[in-house]
Write a protein that binds this ligand. Structure first.
Ligand SMILES: [Zn+2]
Ligand SMILES: [Zn+2]
Length: 359
């Protein structure tokens, strides 16, 4: 027999390695070199070497004997040649190994699955967002098939229990390998884990159990929503698979800008243009608000930048019983073009103002 490599070296671990570190190193190497899927020359020998090292190091007693006496201490174990172990001898190794193999195999197992979420965009006006509204949207989603009610089988027929797995959806596959026979549990290849076989297929859904439908959904949009807000309708997404719950429908709002009004949180901003005369003499104007036109008195001598507050004419807070205000900012506009008469009046006004300043 060739000179044996050190078991720690074989597994690529230190002498201080913990049980978990040993197990994890073994799994990685065993998976890489397992003769079932590694057909390179020497893979089989390598696998044997790894298994032997693990058999010793994973057992506290054997490990301590090995630590004290080296290979000579464990010779009795493997002296007869490692091939000698039949079905029973290496139990713990292969439990550890196939635990891992099964983890890999069962990830493909078919359990209940939640349906997909759906996303929908909805454009609403500034007023609709501020005041709330009712909307109807048309969506396409999958629903339980109306012909077979989700069974996938033609009405009147029943899916039959899969004979390959007796309805469990999983099969034990017995593998012959160099160490003997192992049972490995995998997804049933005949029914793909469903446990049943459909012989007469539903013509509507082609046995998927689901069909695409168009649906009109009413939406209550609360007052105070803003651009980019998302409304969630739980269970209005696609139907789940194998009894899983339906997904959600998410409606993302796009709010169109208003011609005059701007939003600032729960307040509304409005810029009121006034001409010189109105600002100087004072006036009464009608201001647009979310709740209709509101009369506003502008006192004589008002300046650009003066802000008037219309209490309670703002937006209702989405989550609180509180409504903001409308802020009206004054802007005095200088006329750009004057008629001859206007020019004359301005000239007189200018002369008068100049006189006043000199007094
Ligand atoms: Zn169907
Ligand atoms: Zn089956």
């Amino acid at each position: 027999m060739a000179i044996k490599r050190d078991y720690y070296e074989v597994l690529g671990i230190t002498r201080e390695a913990t049980g978990n570190e040993i197990k994890s190193a073994f799994r990685k190497l065993a998976f890489r070199h397992h003769p079932d899927h590694n057909h390179e020359d020497g893979a089989e020998d390598k696998f044997k070497e790894i298994s032997e090292a693990y058999e010793v190091l994973s057992d506290t007693e054997k490990r301590s004997t090995y630590d004290r006496f080296g290979h000579s201490g464990t010779e009795g174990l493997f002296g007869q040649g490692f091939e000698g172990f039949g079905t029973g001898g290496l139990g713990s190794i292969f439990e550890d190994f196939y635990d891992f193999f099964n983890d890999v195999a069962t990830t493909g197992r078919q359990g209940p699955r939640r349906g997909a979420d759906l996303h929908h965009g909805l454009t609403i006006t500034f007023e609709e967002a501020a005041l709330g509204c009712q909307k109807e949207i048309e969506i396409t989603r999958t629903e339980r098939c109306s012909i077979c009610h989700g069974s996938g089988a033609k009405p009147g027929s029943q899916p039959s229990v899969c004979s390959n797995c007796n309805g469990s959806g999983r099969v034990r596959r017995v593998q012959q390998s160099i160490f003997g026979r192992f049972a490995n549990i995998t997804v049933c290849p005949k029914c793909h884990g469903e446990g049943s076989i459909i012989k007469d297929h539903c013509s509507r859904c082609r046995s998927s159990g689901a069909e695409k439908i168009s649906q009109t959904i009413s939406l209550d949009i609360p007052a105070g929503v803003d651009d980019g807000n998302e409304i969630r309708l739980s269970g209005k997404g696609n139907i789940g698979e194998r009894g899983g719950p339906a997904g959600n429908l998410y409606v993302t709002l796009k709010v169109l800008p208003h011609q005059f009004l701007q939003r600032d949180g729960v307040n509304i901003l409005y810029e009121l243009p006034l001409n010189f005369a109105q600002a100087a003499l004072g006036t009464e104007v009608e201001v647009p608000t979310l709740y209709g036109e509101v009369k506003l008195k502008i006192p004589a001598g008002s300046q650009t930048g003066t802000v008037f507050r219309l209490k309670g004419k703002g937006i209702t807070h989405l989550h609180r019983n509180h409504r903001g205000d409308q802020l009206v900012g004054l802007r005095v506009v200088t006329p750009e073009q004057l008629t001859k008469d206007q020019r004359h009046i301005f000239q007189e006004l200018a002369n008068s103002l100049n006189r006043k300043r000199k007094e």
